[in-house]
Design a binder for this molecule. Structure first.
Ligand code: R5P
Length: 298
């Protein structure tokens, strides 16, 4: 099946890298906002009988989601055989439980809506905590890219004597894999989140590593950056070297990037799942591999 690739606004760089690596044409559409901020979308490519691949990362999802839905709908309407969504950051994965009566488990509802108009999702390390696999909430096929070999490679090439630090139990899944591939020791801390920006992180016991090792904090999402900042503060108190902070997904809400930078870090590094100046780990080759391996028909 012929492939045609569409980039939602803001995703041009990754879309270009992917299109350079797979045999596809570039899809064209007109998109703008009316003065009342409603979206206007007009398809300008022939998609009939093709697999349409839409690249749309979904950080800050509420404003991106409706345009994505409209684009998918006109593509479907125009006769595409399959719509694949490449969404390097999959939103609404953290609200996976009713913590208090009346709360909405948004992960499930978001998965239901997305599954209703997309045929397949490809993403990078979704935040799987209480949900063990995307298949338990998505009714369409999903493919998950594991970024950890790329993070390990970056660490091996750039840091001598790293000691990896996972700021909470969820991060153990990433930190342990990164540590194994990077031949480095790791510790995982215990975190309690009492509010959006109110986070307590246990003290890292890394005394035997203090002199010779460079701490590398690895987490999946950096959002308010409070988790990273608290960990950096403990490391500073323990007398460790300024740490390198690695996040898979550079959400960076509000002033968090500035605040993390000012907290005494050596460097901040992220994967290119959300465009950001810290994107130093490029995952496009895995997207290319997965899209090339796609079965012909769903
Ligand atoms: C939480 O469970 C995640 O793994 C991250 O630790 C969290 O999302 C980081 O959030 P923030 O940057 O707001 O502290």
């Amino acid at each position: 099946m012929d492939k045609i690739l569409f980039s939602m606004p803001g995703n041009e760089q990754l879309a270009k890298s992917i299109s350079n690596g797979i045999n596809c044409s570039m899809g064209k559409f007109v998109f703008h906002h009316f003065p009342d901020e409603e979206s206007y979308i007009k398809l300008e490519s022939d998609v009939n009988g093709k697999e349409a691949i839409i690249v749309c990362t979904l950080d800050r999802p509420d404003n991106k989601f409706l345009p994505l839905y409209f684009l998918a709908e006109i593509i479907r309407d125009a006769g595409a055989d399959k719509i694949t969504l490449v969404t390097p950051y999959l939103a609404y994965m953290r609200q996976d439980k009713k913590f208090n009566p009346g709360e909405c488990i948004t992960s499930e509802h978001f998965a239901n809506i997305l599954s209703s108009f997309i045929d397949e999702v490809i993403t990078v390390d979704p935040h799987l905590h209480r949900i063990s696999s995307l298949d338990s909430i998505y009714s369409i096929p999903t493919k998950v890219i594991n970024s950890t070999p790329f993070i390990s490679k970056w660490i091996k090439e750039n840091i001598s004597n790293p000691i990896l630090i996972g700021p909470d139990m969820e991060s153990k899944q990433w930190v342990s894999r990164v540590a194994k591939d990077a031949d480095a020791p790791y510790v995982v801390l215990v975190k309690s989140r009492l509010g959006d920006k109110n986070v307590k992180v246990s003290i890292p016991h890394i005394h035997k590593y203090i002199d010779k090792y460079t701490p590398v904090i690895v987490d999946d999402i950096i959002s308010t950056a409070v988790t990273m900042i608290k960990t950096v503060e403990h490391l500073k108190e323990a007398g460790a070297k300024p740490p390198v902070c690695i996040g898979i997904h550079a959400v960076f809400s509000g002033d968090s990037f500035k605040e993390l930078n000012a907290s005494g870090v050596e460097k901040i590094i992220t994967c290119n799942t959300i465009p950001h100046p810290t994107n130093s780990i490029d995952l496009s080759e895995v997207f290319i591999k997965l899209l090339q391996l796609h079965p012909v028909k769903i």
